[in-house]
Design a protein around this ligand. Structure first.
Ligand code: ZN
Ligand code: ZN
Length: 338
C-alpha cells in the first residue's frame, strides 16, 4: 500500500509500505477517512520531533479489516465501524485506565504519525484498546475529525467545565476553532468567532456564532465590549496559537481562558491580573472516553461536523493537499479511501 510520509522540509512523499498484519491484541483497520489536522503542519515543516519514516495522519477512521490473536469478538469484529484514539500507552496505569494513554505514567507511549504509522494509507494497525465504536449516523469523515481537531475543541470545553449561558470568544476559526464555535453555541453560549481571514469566518455564523469579528479589520476588545455591554468575555478559547495577548485583552472578571493553539505565547504577571480572578489553562486533545462522548453528542444534536471539510483528497494528491492546507486560509481537508 502507499502511505504519505513527511520528510520534514515542507514536502510530502508517497512511499510503498507492506500491508499491515495484526499482532497479538491488535486490529487492522481499513481506512475510510483520514483527516488533515492543523498540527500536521508542524511536522510537515519539521518544527516538531517525529519519526520521519512513519505514515502520517492522526485522524483515522474506518472499518475493522482483520483481527489478531487474543482479541475478543466483543472488542472487535471484522466490519465494525470504528474511530481510533490515536495514542497508545501501557493500558494499565491510572492515566491509561482513565482513557488518557497520552499521559501514560509507565511508558513513553506512542502517537500515530509521530512514533508509529498513522492513517494516511489504505490500512493501519492499532492495539484493540485504541478502537472506539462509532454511533449510527456518524460519517467516517466526522469520526476522523472527532479523532483530533473536533475532539480537541470538545476536550477544551470539558476542561473549562462547560460554557452554557456564557459569552464565549473563540479565537481562530480553523478546524478546532470552528468546532469550538459549533459546540459552544449548541451548549447555549453566546459565541463571538474571531479570525484574521474572512474566508475562515465565512462559516462561523452558520456554525452558531452570534458575532463574527475579523480582528485585522476591527479592534477585538472594542467589539467584545460593545457586544457584552462592557462586561467582556466569560470564556475565551484561543485556538490559533498566535493571539495569547488578544485572549487576555477580552477576558472579563472571573473569566476562564483555555489555550489549545501551538506554539502559543501568553504573557502575564499575577500582579497585573489577580484582581480579575482569572482561571487560565491549557488543554491537550481529549481522553478516549471523551472522544466517544463527543461522537455521541454530535449525533444527538445533529451537528454539522461534515461541513467542516472544504476539500476532499485522494492520497495520490498528497502534495497538492498539503500545499493547500499550509496556506491556512480555508477549511479542513480529508483523504478518502474506497
Ligand atoms: Zn499507562
Ligand atoms: Zn491533531
Amino acid at each position: 500500500m502507499k502511505g504519505i510520509v513527511f520528510p520534514g522540509n515542507g514536502t510530502t512523499v508517497l512511499e510503498d509500505f507492506p500491508d499491515p498484519e495484526p499482532g497479538h491484541g491488535e486490529v487492522v483497520v481499513k481506512i475510510r477517512a483520514s483527516g488533515m489536522c492543523g498540527s500536521d503542519l508542524h511536522f510537515y515543516h519539521g518544527a516538531f520531533d517525529f519519526d520521519r519514516s512513519v505514515i502520517q495522519g492522526h485522524e483515522p477512521c474506518g472499518e475493522v479489516y482483520a483481527v489478531g490473536a487474543g482479541v475478543d469478538p466483543a472488542q472487535a469484529t471484522v466490519g465494525d465501524r470504528v474511530m481510533i484514539h490515536h495514542y497508545f500507552g501501557c493500558g494499565t496505569c491510572r492515566r491509561c485506565r482513565a482513557g488518557w494513554p497520552q499521559m501514560c505514567e509507565t511508558t513513553p507511549g506512542k502517537t500515530m504519525a509521530v512514533h508509529v504509522n498513522g492513517g494516511h494509507a489504505a490500512f493501519t494497525v492499532v492495539p484493540v484498546a485504541a478502537l472506539l465504536p462509532m454511533p449510527d449516523g456518524l460519517s467516517f469523515e466526522a469520526g476522523a475529525a472527532i479523532g483530533c481537531g473536533t475532539g480537541t475543541a470538545w476536550g477544551a470545553i470539558k476542561r473549562l467545565g462547560g460554557v452554557s449561558d456564557t459569552t464565549t470568544v473563540v479565537i481562530g476559526q480553523g478546524p478546532v476553532g470552528l468546532s469550538a464555535t459549533m459546540f459552544a453555541a449548541s451548549m447555549g453560549a453566546r459565541v463571538i468567532a474571531v479570525d484574521v481571514d474572512d474566508r475562515r469566518l465565512a462559516n462561523s455564523a452558520r456554525f452558531g456564532a452570534g458575532l463574527v469579528v475579523n480582528s485585522r479589520e476591527r479592534d477585538l476588545a472594542e467589539a467584545v465590549a460593545e457586544y457584552t455591554g462592557g462586561h467582556m468575555a466569560d470564556v475565551v478559547l484561543e485556538t490559533s496559537g498566535r493571539a495569547g495577548d488578544d485572549a487576555l485583552a477580552v477576558l472579563g472578571t472571573f473569566g476562564r481562558a483555555v489555550f489549545t493553539g501551538l506554539p502559543g505565547d501568553v504573557g502575564f504577571t499575577t500582579q497585573a491580573v489577580y484582581k480579575k480572578q482569572w482561571t487560565l489553562m491549557t488543554s491537550w486533545t481529549m481522553s478516549s472516553i471523551e472522544q466517544a462522548r463527543c461522537a455521541d453528542y454530535v449525533v444527538a444534536h445533529n451537528l454539522p461536523v461534515d461541513e467542516l471539510y472544504s476539500h476532499t483528497w485522494t492520497i495520490e494528491q498528497a502534495d497538492e493537499a498539503y500545499r493547500w492546507f499550509d496556506k491556512q486560509d480555508a477549511g479542513k481537508g480529508v483523504f478518502l479511501f474506497d
